[in-house]
Design a protein around this ligand. Structure first.
Ligand SMILES: [Zn+2]
Length: 173
């Protein structure tokens, strides 16, 4: 979970930058609350760790570790993007497709980050146990934890700098 800040901030920063600099004229169509939802979507796939900890607490050590399996498949983003499309077409409340779309984007970015930065995911689990990852062998927790904590801290500082420039957040301190 030490990676949680990065999983939250990468979708938030990316969508914020795209909205503010590429779709400047349509900025009002995507208020900050939707960007926040993308950040939540970016953290959701690791809910499997929370569930696993809870099950272990109640049922003991025999509970198998399913981290980076069910919630880290391509099926979740596909279902979320399908939900986005369906709500865009058939639901008259616009917030529905915007919310679903933001969660879908956040979820997808989470999977990409896991594949690129550290370890592996099983994109077709449980149909296949094929595991993909660009850095699959980083197994030393001391090193991994420091790398992840470093990425988290760097992301947070960059985001705070961006927010200070764009929104003068130091006025609140
Ligand atoms: Zn993950």
């Amino acid at each position: 979970m030490s990676f949680a800040v990065t999983h939250f901030l990468v979708p938030v920063i990316l969508i914020d930058l795209i909205r503010d600099h590429i779709f400047k004229k349509h900025r009002r169509k995507l208020p900050n609350k939707y960007i926040f939802l993308a950040g939540i979507g970016g953290m959701l796939p690791d809910i499997d760790m929370v569930v696993w900890f809870a099950l272990r607490f109640f049922l003991g050590d025999s509970v198998p570790d399913v981290h980076r399996t069910f919630t880290h498949t391509i099926f979740f983003p596909i279902a979320l993007f399908a939900l986005t499309f369906i709500s865009y077409k058939y639901v008259k409340h616009k917030w529905c497709y915007k919310a679903a779309g933001m969660i879908a984007i956040g979820w997808t970015i989470h999977l990409i980050l896991d594949v690129v930065v550290l370890g592996t995911i099983m994109p077709f689990y449980p149909l296949s146990e094929l595991a993909i990852g660009l850095n699959p062998t980083l197994g030393n927790c001391d090193l991994d934890c420091r790398v992840l904590a470093g990425i988290d801290a760097t992301m947070l500082i960059l985001w705070l700098i961006h927010e200070e420039i764009e929104h003068k957040i130091s006025d609140f301190l």
